[in-house]
Design a protein around this ligand. Structure first.
Ligand SMILES: C[S@@+](CC[C@H](N)C(=O)[O-])C[C@H]1O[C@@H](n2cnc3c(N)ncnc32)[C@H](O)[C@@H]1O
Length: 297
């Protein structure tokens, strides 16, 4: 075991989840594993698969059947993914991977990026651009949320596009706390981050300290009664459907609910779970991902 910059223990070994799937299932499964906290997801041929020779330009053909390999930092995340995939009728297996320099692997490809004109997101180990634009520094640790995933980026863009001054904000499914921290940096008066993974709450508190921002991190059962002007929840379609009464219960009458972690094919089901109390007033897309804004009538 070693200690990461969040002060959390980071096991040097990783848990690998392998699952066999069809080509039709592969991309959606890959996205689901990504959202469930996988550090990486690889699509691999079966031993007896025919090679994919000279694919046409712009195409990514897959083998009719293949195996997905997803790496997780924490066994509880891998366990959650196991249960979810089993619930979908698949047969995943877990294995422990040998040690590598996982800090370097996790940092690869992460760079500072700008959200609209109002905010920079900067990995903790990078220098902040000297621009005078407000900055949020992120040490993801073992929690999801560096900003590189399209759903996080869509939610950040929503936050940066709205006046949050003086607003009460709930970041539900906070992961690293990136969305709540962005809201606090953009002027929100009160930010509460909620997550059902204890490791995420550790990451939120560490990132709040890193940015000298006040964000209260709580487990779902500890969320105090009260209404928020903005609730942002980047989770997955199924939990968002189940959480509809909870999120609506915390939304102020003129509040905005921002939901993501939803694919285009799931958008109607999620919207239906919030109707008739709230209806979709805006939707942004990136690839197959959707971020929906809902408001009460
Ligand atoms: C996809 S990550 C999003 C992290 C971050 N908000 C972002 O946008 O990058 C989803 C987070 O929701 C949390 N989560 C999943 N189901 C939840 C539930 N029912 N209640 C609270 N948190 C939940 C997971 O632990 C995970 O940290």
């Amino acid at each position: 075991m070693s200690t990461n910059s969040n002060g959390a223990e980071s096991p040097a070994a990783r848990i690998e989840l392998r699952v066999r799937a069809t080509a039709e299932q592969a991309w959606a499964l890959s996205e689901t594993l990504d959202l469930l906290g996988a550090l990486s997801v690889a699509l691999e041929p079966l031993e007896d698969s025919a090679p994919q020779l000279e694919p046409a330009p712009g195409t990514t053909p897959l083998w009719p059947e293949l195996e997905l390999s997803a790496l997780f930092a924490a066994s509880d995340q891998a366990g959650t993914a196991m249960r979810q995939l089993r619930g979908e009728g698949l047969d995943p297996v877990l294995a422990e991977c040998p040690e590598r320099d996982w800090v370097a692997v996790g940092r690869a490809g992460l760079e500072p990026f700008k959200v609209g004109d109002r905010l920079w997101i900067v990995p903790e180990w990078c220098d902040a651009p000297a621009t005078g634009v407000p900055t949020v520094r992120i040490a993801p640790g073992l929690a999801f949320g560096t900003g590189s995933h399209p759903t996080t980026a869509l939610c950040l863009e929503w936050l940066a596009g709205h006046d949050l001054a003086g607003k009460r904000v709930i970041d539900y499914g906070a992961g690293s706390g990136i969305l709540g921290l962005a809201a606090a940096r953009l002027g929100a008066a009160e930010v509460t981050a909620v997550d059902n993974e204890p490791q995420a709450l550790v990451a939120v508190r560490a990132n709040a300290e890193l940015n000298a921002l006040k964000v209260t991190a709580v487990a779902p059962g500890e969320l105090a009664a009260g209404k928020a002007d903005v609730i942002v929840a980047n989770i997955l379609a199924r939990p968002l459907v189940a959480l509809a009464p909870v999120l609506l219960g915390h939304l102020s009458p003129r509040g905005h609910l921002v939901l993501s972690g939803i694919t285009r094919g799931q958008a109607d089901v999620v919207a239906a779970a919030y109707a008739p109390d709230a209806r979709v007033t805006d939707a942004r897309h990136r690839g197959d991902w959707v971020c929906m804004e809902l408001r009460r009538d």
